[in-house]
Design a protein around this ligand. Structure first.
Ligand code: AKB
Length: 322
């Protein structure tokens, strides 16, 4: 039976991944960890450890204590926060990856999932139907760490036979846990504000098109690539992954179909430049061929689900979006 550790389990993707992995492997075989108890749903619903992803001995102690063989490294500083704290982003994103790669090199763990991002691409990359292999000159610190991380993943696979698997996540949209510090965060905030205030001021301009995905699809992709036989994983840097692409204006229109009074306004800030440097749509044919990736949600079905889940959530809690 596999013993799984999720590092960064309190975050937006880490929390939903933890719930799914507990379903698959059994709660007793899945250890959630983070640097603090910031998500009580995760902390109180299974085994939880405080782990500092930047501290090798903290990670190693947890791996040894629970006889972990598989690690999902979900801790990272995202694009917008990374521009405010460049060195912190570099340290967190790179140190945490090296610790896990080295634990696998030393055969303490067998398998790694490490997320990359569409942020590996930059302004010189073809922006539509962006190929798997293309020009990559990222201009954000986050994008640089993800691009460098991809190179190291491939290096450890080729040189030390480390079984590391990765996908380049687009913006991920979910209703359970808020994202923190990304450029695509607007596409989550907009739903909360639509329900609470019937209006939203977007920090990107109305026609800024970016690749996005509903959380359920992102979790399925993550589980699928980890369950795929090793010889089907032909890319050991990171796979392009796509579902939908839309602009702030298009998501606002989709919301208006459910909340007719909803109004959007635009006040682009420093995140606009980041978004302008990223692809508008992604070619993910390698993932679709190699490990049979398929997405389920489009903009309309995702919007329906987001609105219905958030309406229930706010009806039963006093939670408010800060
Ligand atoms: C971000 O906006 O920084 C992230 C990402 C696309 O990786 N959501």
């Amino acid at each position: 039976m596999s013993k799984v550790l999720i590092i960064g389990a309190c975050g937006q993707i880490g929390s939903e991944l933890t719930f799914k992995l507990r379903e698959i492997h059994g709660a007793e075989n899945v250890i959630a960890s983070d640097i603090s108890h910031s998500n009580l749903d995760i902390v109180n619903s299974g085994i939880f450890e405080i782990v500092d992803a930047q501290d090798y001995s903290s990670v190693k102690t947890c791996v040894e204590k629970h006889k972990i063989d598989t690690v999902y490294l979900m801790a990272a500083m995202l694009s917008a926060t990374g521009e405010k704290y460049p060195m912190k982003a570099w340290d967190l994103n790179m140190n945490s990856l090296f610790h896990i790669l080295n634990l696998a090199k030393e055969t303490l763990i067998k398998k790694i999932f490490w997320p990359s991002s569409i942020a590996v691409f930059g302004p010189t990359t073809p922006r539509d139907n962006t190929p798997q292999h293309t020009v990559m000159e990222p201009t954000t610190v986050y994008g640089i760490t993800k691009q460098v991380g991809e190179r190291w993943c491939e290096y450890y696979y080729k040189k030390y036979n480390v079984d590391v698997r990765s996908i380049r996540y687009p913006g991920i949209i979910s209703w359970k846990t808020l994202p923190g510090g990304g450029t695509t965060d607007y596409a989550v905030e907009i739903y909360h504000k639509a329900i609470l205030e019937k209006q939203y001021q977007c920090f990107l301009s109305e026609n800024t098109k970016l690749p996005m995905m509903f959380m359920d699809d992102a979790i399925n992709a993550t589980i699928n690539i980890m369950q795929a036989p090793s010889d089907t994983i032909t890319i050991r840097s990171s796979y392009n992954l796509a579902a939908i692409s839309f602009t702030p204006r298009q998501i606002a229109e989709a919301i208006k179909a459910h909340i007719t009074e909803f109004a959007i306004s635009y006040a682009p800030d420093f995140r606009q430049e980041i978004a302008n440097s990223w692809p508008r749509s992604i070619n993910d044919s390698s993932a679709r061929t190699d490990w049979k990736w398929r997405h389920t949600y489009d903009l309309q079905s995702m919007t329906k689900e987001m609105i219905s889940q958030l309406k229930q959530k706010y009806a039963t809690s006093s939670e408010e979006l800060s």
